[in-house]
Design a protein around this ligand. Structure first.
Ligand code: CA
Ligand code: CA
Length: 202
């Protein structure tokens, strides 16, 4: 598609060049008036629009290729791709970093995604690590929301041993725990943890 777009742009440029040559240098034919091809402003405008449209398509294609690259390097679960980011950060720093990369702090919206994140975390950062997920109750204690502020419909709290969430106002951010088989714990947001970013692919 990108190659087609470039070819089209080159063709248009050649056509314009030829058209101008025809206008500027008519063939001297005896008793025959030169055939003029008039390039109107609206024609040029139309061509510009087509070129803009092609450039938009090329940019969309580049974005798709970048996302596919993310999926190849990370973990794909249906329309989501999770990508492990290097280093440990506080919750807000991790969330900001994901936005900088064009995604959001990764989280699980169902068991399938939670299992995938857990498996990916074990291989990417180690089975004994916790990772931040994009869930918090910073705004209102006990009201767990995702990074867009929407209430979460799915949770996977550890409730058999420690009865999470148990930190009250001191623990407002959520980790998916490697040692606890992917169960969730509320923890202080200032702790530094590994994290994954989430990208939506279409
Ligand atoms: Ca809390
Ligand atoms: Ca806790």
């Amino acid at each position: 598609m990108e190659l087609r777009g470039i070819c089209f742009v080159l063709s248009v440029l050649c056509l314009l060049q030829m058209t101008h040559q025809q206008v500027d240098k008519p063939k001297a034919k005896k008793n025959a008036p030169p055939k003029k091809v008039v390039v109107t402003a609206s024609m040029i405008e139309d061509i510009k629009k087509q070129i803009d449209h092609i450039l938009e398509e090329v940019n969309l294609l580049k974005e798709k290729q970048a996302l596919q690259s993310v999926c190849l390097r990370g973990m794909k679960v249906r329309s989501k791709c999770f990508l492990s980011m290097s280093g440990e950060k506080k919750f807000h720093e991790a969330a900001d970093d994901c936005i900088m990369h064009g995604g959001i702090l990764g989280t699980a919206s169902n068991d399938e995604e939670n299992d995938a994140l857990y498996d990916y975390a074990r291989t990417a950062v180690g089975h004994d690590r916790d990772i931040w997920i994009g869930v918090s109750d910073i705004v209102a204690e006990g009201s767990w929301v995702d990074v867009t502020g929407a209430a979460v419909n799915y949770t996977n709290w550890e409730t058999e041993i420690t009865l999470q969430p148990d930190g009250g106002t001191k623990e407002n951010c959520v980790v998916l725990s490697g040692p606890a088989n992917g169960k969730w714990f509320d923890q202080p947001c200032r702790f530094k943890k590994n994290y994954f970013c989430e990208f939506i692919i279409s």
